[in-house]
Design a protein around this ligand. Structure first.
Ligand code: SAH
Ligand code: SF4
Ligand code: F3S
Length: 449
């Protein structure tokens, strides 16, 4: 008799840390015999790994859950059972409220409890009751995950994420992360190194170290610069990156690593949120504009070709036209290779949401359009400046067109070039011939970088 394997559908919202968490859930589920399916229809388990950062992100999941009610019924009619799980930051923030709003949900668990997935599924199947697991547990999640599936071959692409630091103690006045991810925590370096080696053995050539404040990493006294130095010794790993950094934690050793470590890529995501000192203070960011500009100039002193990226919030409570103009001035002064701009979204439980001075939506929309135009112009200028240059590109996967490969430049730009599948995983010199909207095109030169 053949047993049909159980199927799981996973949908991920939000930041790279959620992408990483979903990968780890997939590892666990694979070890339990689940096979992944690209559509939720008739799946045995459906997981939404959710994001709470802005209202829009949080609401998206509820419309998906509405759809699941029908799919769940179809599955029942075919004699099976579909479990619907809400994981991630909405689960953490809203807990039981999710089940009140969407009765179709069977499991609710947060970013710190997903290692208990096998047990949660078993309990739900046994009791038939919905399960909510959102406390911050005492046991080490990463230790538990390693026990579950540490020795199995991981299914990763050439470039993979590795969470090294979680949570946040900074409490910016607009942000939910300290509530959804908990207190700042650094994983032990030896545990991270074991995971990095396993990734390298599974064919990974580039690792992006992740944390909400990754440069605040301090595992067993080792700073992020120390951790990067340690991981650089793994021969299979050709490139290292890290994200997201907080300006306050950009220390000298990390800046110096950009000058001396050839595996560390010249790309830095360093969000500043606003170009107005007054707004930065109201946001509780803990630094001003002069300090940010000084940090950028130190970083560029160490690595002159450093590509910078950032995040900006438009329409923070009390933001005046002058504050907003200051943000545009800062962007002009820095010159970003890319950046994300968001409309301020009041989040329940955060101090800024209580501020009576909310900016009217038409003003926010107009400001967002202006800032996006400026960022787009800077991104285009940066991409154009690469035409005619030869850049080392890590080839990641087949491109959309035939015989085409997709890779990344040191500056994280997607690059397309004609090549062979056997070249995937190699860093090859690519001469950049042209620029698309969001990517570069070129041809591979024959020397290996
Ligand atoms: N730890 C990082 C950012 C984490 S959240 C840092 O401190 O920079 C990712 C981005 O979402 C933030 O940089 C911010 O630009 C945006 N964001 C967070 N809360 C928001 C809110 N309430 N409204 C709009 N954007 C928000
Ligand atoms: Fe949120 Fe601020 Fe922490 Fe970043 S530093 S995660 S924006 S509270
Ligand atoms: Fe969203 Fe949680 Fe990441 S709120 S941005 S998924 S840490």
């Amino acid at each position: 008799m053949t047993v049909t394997p159980k199927s799981v559908y996973v949908k991920t919202y939000g930041c790279q840390m959620n992408v990483y968490d979903s990968e780890r859930m997939r590892d666990t589920l694979k070890a339990m015999g689940y096979v992944e399916t690209p559509v939720p229809d008739l799946a045995d388990l459906v997981i939404f790994n959710t994001c709470h950062i802005r209202e829009h992100a949080a609401e998206k999941v509820y419309s998906e859950l509405g759809r699941m009610k029908r799919l769940k019924k179809e599955k029942q009619e075919s004699g099976g059972e579909m479990l619907v799980a809400v994981a991630g930051c909405v689960a953490q923030a809203e807990g039981a409220e999710i089940i009140r709003r969407a009765k179709t949900v069977d499991l609710v668990f947060g970013p710190q409890t997903y290692h208990r997935l096998p047990d949660l599924i078993a309990r739900r199947l046994k009791t038939g009751d919905a399960i909510i697991e959102t406390e911050f547990p005492a046991e080490d999640k990463f230790e538990a995950l390693e026990q579950q599936n540490g020795h199995r071959v991981l299914n990763r692409n050439v470039s993979a994420f590795l969470t090294v630091q979680e949570g946040c103690d900074k409490f910016c006045s607009f942000c939910v992360v300290p509530y959804t991810r908990g207190a700042e925590f650094s994983r032990p370096p030896s545990q991270i190194e074991r995971e990095a080696r396993r990734l390298a053995d599974a064919g990974v050539r580039e690792i992006t170290l992740l944390g909400q404040n990754v440069n605040a990493y301090h595992g067993e006294g080792l700073s992020l610069a120390g951790l990067i130095a340690k991981l650089s010794h793994i021969s299979g790993i050709k490139r290292l990156r890290y994200t997201t950094s907080h300006p306050r934690d950009m220390d000298e050793a990390l800046i110096e690593a950009h000058a001396s470590n050839p595996k560390l890529m010249p790309f830095l995501h360093l969000p500043v949120q606003s170009g107005s000192d007054r707004i930065l203070k109201a946001m509780n960011r803990g630094h001003g504009i002069d300090y940010y500009l000084e940090t950028v100039s130190k970083v560029r002193g160490a690595r002159p070709d450093m590509a910078l990226s950032g995040d900006f919030i438009v329409g923070f409570p009390g933001e005046t036209d002058t504050d907003f103009e200051d943000t545009l001035t800062l962007i002009e002064a820095v010159g970003y290779a890319s950046a994300y701009c968001f409309k301020y979204s009041p989040r329940p439980g955060t101090p800024a949401a209580e501020d009576p001075d909310q900016v009217p939506d038409e003003i926010v929309a107009a400001r967002l359009a202006r800032i996006q135009t400026l960022i787009h112009a800077q991104q285009t200028a940066f991409n154009r400046s690469c035409v005619g240059r030869t850049l080392p590109v890590l080839l990641e996967k087949p491109g959309r067109e035939q015989s085409q490969l997709m890779g990344r430049s040191p500056y994280l730009q997607p690059v397309h070039a004609i090549g062979q599948k056997a070249q995937i995983g190699a860093v090859l010199e690519v001469r950049i011939d042209s620029v698309g909207t969001n990517s570069l095109s070129g041809h591979i030169e024959l020397v290996e970088a």
